[in-house]
Design a protein around this ligand. Structure first.
Ligand SMILES: NC(=O)CC(=O)C(=O)O
Length: 315
């Protein structure tokens, strides 16, 4: 008995205090489900119009979909890829980077810029990369998709991002000074609960995934993944998809979804273009964690804490 209580006291130590406010002030988040086309210029202009619309409706964090500037597919990535060159006169080589920076600045909002195909000249590698900008237009973080989408479901879908892309090597957490920490990852990354768990234990209030599930995996797993990550971690989760284009090589499921910390669907779109805007607040996280106090009940004497040890992440 004595031994048990000694073990449990030690193992109940969480990496966070339950009184730490994860979300410092209520914030409106927008998930912008965009229709795309093969025309990169049109995609950037369209994204800009929708980001400004979301901001005019009060959103202070705006999220775009995976590969919002190009069609999604391995044959498109080399053609649409850009090298990330922040300073002028590189605008022509890096149009998406500069367009996103301007959108954030003109919207006066944090912008999780979906993802774009990226080319790194030094290594000649291609990545599926998400750029997050501050309301000033400054780049805050870069997330390269860590888990590449390689699946083979006979008769349904075969996709191998690793034929052309290289994986990123870190977890991405971003400090938004007025609000707190968010984590950003891309699509297939959502299927790996470790990323979400580590981010939440490090104090993220919201996990954001630009993503593009398809007509096979979308109905099966899209909502389930979002709700599972929220349920396990008692945080907000946002999945932001392109709108469905049945003429595209890869037909996206759509259904951008915002889930609350109790795994509740706060808002969900259908397959068409649209914008979700909803308020996130700390009181809701606290209420959920008080009711089901997972954060004080973990047993790291029985199993390891995945957020401890050798984790590569930006904070
Ligand atoms: N497109 C992806 O990266 C992932 C996906 O469609 C799935 O996991 O299903």
């Amino acid at each position: 008995m004595q031994l048990l209580s000694r073990i449990s006291t030690r193992s109940f130590t969480s990496t966070m205090s339950s009184t730490t406010p994860l979300l410092k002030a209520p914030v409106k988040l927008a998930l912008v489900q965009l229709s795309g086309s093969p025309d990169k210029g049109r995609n950037l202009a369209h994204a800009r119009a929708k980001v400004l619309e979301a901001a005019s409706r009060g959103a202070r964090i705006v999220v775009l979909p995976e590969c919002f500037n190009s069609p999604y597919g391995t044959k498109y990535f080399p053609e649409y890829a850009e090298t990330l060159l922040p300073s002028p006169p590189s605008e022509a080589q890096s149009p998406s980077y500069h367009a996103l920076a301007a959108m954030a600045r003109d919207a006066g909002a944090y912008l999780v810029g979906g993802s774009i195909p990226e080319y790194e000249p030094a290594t000649k590698n291609l990545y599926n990369t998400s750029l997050t900008f501050a309301p000033s237009g400054a780049l805050l973080a870069t997330h390269r998709k860590v888990h590449l989408f390689d699946i083979d479901i006979p008769g349904k879908i075969t996709f191998r991002e690793s034929d052309v892309l290289s994986p990123g090597n870190k977890l991405t957490m971003i400090d938004l000074p007025e609000y707190g920490l968010i984590a950003v990852a891309i699509c297939y990354d959502v299927r790996f609960p470790e990323l979400a768990m580590i981010a939440a234990r490090k104090g993220a209030f919201c996990l954001l995934y630009p993503g593009a599930f398809n007509m096979t995996t979308g109905p099966l797993h899209w909502e389930l993944q979002a709700r599972a990550r929220a349920m396990d971690n008692q945080v907000y989760v946002g999945l932001c998809s392109p709108a469905r284009d049945t003429g595209a090589d890869y037909v996206a499921w759509g259904h951008s979804t915002l889930v609350g910390p109790n795994a509740d669907i706060m808002e969900k779109l259908d397959e068409k273009e649209g914008i979700i805007i909803a308020e996130l607040n700390h009181a809701r996280i606290e209420e959920v964690r008080k009711g089901v106090p997972l954060y004080t009940q973990r047993r790291f004497d029985v199993y390891p804490d995945v957020s401890a040890g050798n984790v590569k992440y930006d904070e």
